[in-house]
Design a binder for this molecule. Structure first.
Ligand code: MV4
Length: 502
């Protein structure tokens, strides 16, 4: 067993990983930047070390510094979380050289899946269905026009070094082909230092469905079913759920089998995700593989009953997987929403600042993966995600009701948040019906307008009014007054329909 794990990350995911370490009796080492001196992950860990200035490039991306801290503190392993160094092949390799276990796949898997053209080739060889398109970088522009005409418009031009929507362009008209290819190439060059781009047929009415996989170092691999991630905004996921409302048992079996084949084709070990794009008829195509633990992993944990971080650690220790495919079942339904410090009424502008007061939901079927506390100031240097609210229900309707209940009592003052926007999503008929594509937010822009969000002052006044109300009720109850009104001030709180006075 590992004695000590260094967590090369911050925020909610650092805390999430430390929670599992604590359950497994593993010591934790935090690293932090100058902007994170008072961050919760620093206090949560058994030891914490400053690794550099606020900008990620000088701290959370400084792999040599992090390895130095791992060696100095005597950590046996490093968990990279998501983002930062989690898909950095050099980091995985450097850990190995220093005799530190990298909790993630090896260099070969990261590199093969990291280069999207190589990944496509590898998947084709493994018999995994990929989106019709090219398997070599576009070199000649005239050749590209011919190829695209053959594939048929619309198409997507994607950067081989990209992923997650970065360096991607949709082409709908023939006359736009050349300029789009040129623009995609220069964008890719600027963003990744690699201008290789490839072509994919555009899948109409796209759904983003991904499969969670787990593989050990002995060739065993299982999938933990799908996550539906089609509710996105500018290629950022907003809501994730499992099971997918459009999935069928037959297609799930097929896609799961291909997800496992995809992972095995790169000798994968650890937790990973195979992303597919599907159309309304559930025709499915491999898009890319994410070789890390993902933000949305908790929905899978709630429905499948597996602690993915615990399994990552077991696999990294060289243990065989503790379950077979047939041992895994989906139970109930889980939904996650990402809570951001941003203003949905002002084009989702980040709203960094001090959290004056946070009251988060608890109760049946509610999980809240967070790192903020009263008085915490959200730094401007990193992603402004505050937390992930995850609910579980026996079925999708119960999960949606729970999510609405939880969002209703979730109060944060001091910063603007996406909470009212997320509540609105739960109320859109197409969402309730489970009939949505990646265009959902665009298609329901008007319905999703939250109206003016209560200002901080307005919220504070509401809180004071609530407290005065509470004092009045307490006084009434203590005064032996038999005429008091027994109706509860909470009775209309978050109900679908207001109930009358008792
Ligand atoms: C696609 C697609 C349709 N057809 N590829 C975006 C993120 C990256 N992982 C892949 N993405 C897509 N690739 C083909 N061949 C649709 C998406 C897509 C999307 C496209 C336009 C607007 C919003 C989108 C949200 C999610 C996925």
């Amino acid at each position: 067993m590992f004695k000590k794990i260094l967590i090369a990350n911050r925020g909610e995911i650092a805390i999430r990983i430390m929670n599992t370490c604590r359950e497994m009796d593993i010591q934790t080492v935090a690293v932090y930047s100058e902007a994170d001196r008072v961050s919760l992950h620093v206090r949560y860990a058994d030891e914490a070390y400053l690794i550099g200035p606020a900008p990620s490039a000088e701290s959370y991306l400084n792999l040599e510094k992090i390895i130095e801290v791992a060696k100095m503190s005597g950590a046996d392993a490093i968990h990279p979380g998501y983002g930062f160094l989690s898909e950095n092949a050099t980091f995985s390799e450097r850990c190995k050289e220093e005799g530190i276990v990298f909790i993630g796949p090896d260099t070969y898997a990261i590199n093969t899946m990291g280069d999207k053209i190589t990944a496509r080739k590898t998947m084709i060889a493994a018999g995994v269905p990929v989106v019709p398109g090219t398997t070599d970088p576009i070199i000649d522009l005239d050749e590209a026009v011919k190829t695209i005409k053959k594939i048929g418009l619309p198409v997507m031009i994607k950067a081989s070094a990209g992923g997650g929507g970065k360096g991607m362009r949709m082409v709908e008209k023939e006359e736009d082909i050349i300029s789009s290819v040129k623009a995609a190439k220069s964008e890719a060059q600027a963003a990744f230092g690699n201008d290789a781009v490839y072509i994919e047929k555009y899948i109409n009415s796209p759904h983003h469905i991904e499969f969670q996989i787990l593989a050990d170092k002995h060739g065993n691999c299982v999938h933990l079913f799908e996550r539906e991630c089609s509710v996105q905004r500018r290629h950022q996921k907003v809501v994730e759920e499992t099971p997918s409302p459009i999935m069928t048992e037959a297609v799930r079996k097929e896609m799961g089998k291909y997800a496992v084949a995809a992972a095995q084709a790169v000798n994968y070990s650890g937790a990973g995700t195979i992303e597919f794009v599907t159309d309304d008829d559930l025709n499915y195509f491999f898009l890319e593989m994410n070789t890390r633990l993902q933000v949305e992993h908790p929905v899978t944990e709630q429905v499948v009953g597996v602690d993915l971080v615990k399994e990552q650690i077991n696999v990294a220790l060289g243990e065989p997987l503790r379950f077979k495919q047939e041992d895994l079942l989906q139970h109930g339904h889980a939904i996650e929403v990402r809570i951001y410090a941003e203003d949905p009424d002002n084009n989702f502008m980040p709203s960094p600042g001090k959290i004056r007061n946070i009251h988060f939901p608890l109760g049946p079927g509610v999980r809240h993966d967070s790192y903020v506390y009263n008085g915490y100031e959200i730094p401007i240097y990193y992603d402004p995600m505050i937390s992930k609210l995850v609910v579980w229900g026996n079925n999708r309707d119960e999960a949606i009701d729970r999510m609405k209940r939880a969002l209703k009592v979730f109060k944060i003052t001091g910063v603007k948040t996406s909470i009212p926007f997320l509540y609105k999503i739960m109320d859109v008929q197409a969402f309730k019906d489970g009939k949505y594509t990646t265009h959902f937010i665009q298609n329901h822009e008007k319905e999703l307008k939250t109206g003016q969000q209560c200002s901080d002052e307005c919220k504070d006044i509401a809180a004071i009014a609530g407290f005065v109300d509470y004092l009045k009720v307490t006084e009434n109850n203590n005064s032996n007054n038999q005429d008091i009104n027994h109706s509860s001030p909470w009775k209309d709180f978050g109900r679908k329909k207001a109930v009358g006075s008792i």
